[in-house]
Design a protein around this ligand. Structure first.
Ligand SMILES: Nc1ncnc2c1ncn2[C@@H]1O[C@H](COP(=O)(O)OP(=O)(O)OP(=O)(O)O)[C@@H](O)[C@H]1O
Ligand SMILES: [Mg+2]
Length: 231
């Protein structure tokens, strides 16, 4: 029997003619210059390039944290340019998990409370909220640190808490800005393995990195130079 043709993979993130200009009173910076990029559902893509070339700006535009000066963004087929701020915040909360180089945990909250935060915005009730947060922490191997505070954790553990917080709401997309940048290579490798596992489970991941070895473990590498895609 002939095998069925492979269905065309869905595009999860689509950027068309994206420009981002930052203006201050003295200087104008073209941070992104005519970026056209499609990221398929289930892809794991890395972004590399020199400091200041626009990597974080690109990730923030994909993640609806920053509005492009021109061009269009579509997430899972939804034309987000037409959305109000409130609609954008809702979509971001439901579809996207962010991971940052410097973890961005809240120091006064326990590990468990930190991981619950995205669910607070969704008004998930207390009991299921805690259960989901515990599940996310189990996934990153931190069930034994739930009552700790961030300052009682190592860098790698903090980043695993940040990953648990990013995945607690089951987002389709994970955006990671140098997630291993502040970690030694053993911890960096551990974080990378967790991201690869999440990708195998179906998450679409875009990761900024300065590390060629980390980039090699992803499906595709995008290189930026002065706001322009060069690969
Ligand atoms: N809020 C802002 N206001 C003005 N200029 C900005 C702003 N954010 C970024 N820029 C400028 O835009 C350019 C791209 O910055 P971006 O943070 O995206 O770089 P990056 O590639 O992530 O660098 P790094 O590797 O150092 O994190 C830089 O020249 C930066 O100075
Ligand atoms: Mg950056």
């Amino acid at each position: 029997m002939p095998s069925a043709p492979c269905p065309t993979p869905k595009i999860m993130i689509s950027l068309q003619n994206i420009e981002k200009v930052y203006r201050t009173s003295t200087i104008e910076t073209l941070a992104l210059n005519n970026i056209n990029l499609d990221i398929k559902k289930g892809e794991f893509v890395s972004i590399m390039g020199p400091s200041g070339c626009g990597k974080s700006t690109l990730l923030n535009v994909m993640g609806l944290l920053d509005e492009p000066s021109s061009g269009t963004v579509q997430l899972d087929g939804q034309p987000v340019m037409k959305y109000t701020d409130k609609e954008l915040a809702k979509l971001r909360n439901q579809k996207i998990g962010f991971i940052f180089q410097s973890f961005h945990l809240i120091n006064d909250l326990t590990v468990l409370d930190n991981v619950e935060i995205p669910l607070l915005y969704r008004s998930t009730n207390g009991k299921p909220r805690q259960e989901y947060a515990k599940e996310a922490l189990a996934k990153v191997g931190l069930s034994n640190r739930m009552k700790h505070f961030p300052k009682q954790l190592s860098g790698g553990q903090k980043q695993r808490v940040a990953i648990a917080r990013a995945i607690v709401g089951n987002p389709d997309i994970i955006l990671a800005d140098e997630p291993t940048g502040n970690l030694d290579s053993a911890m960096g490798n551990e974080i990378m393995t967790i991201l690869q596992d999440l990708n195998k489970e179906g998450a679409t991941i875009v990761m900024v990195t300065h590390d060629e070895q980390m980039a090699k473990r992803t499906h595709r590498l995008i290189r930026l130079f002065d706001g322009t895609q060069v690969l």
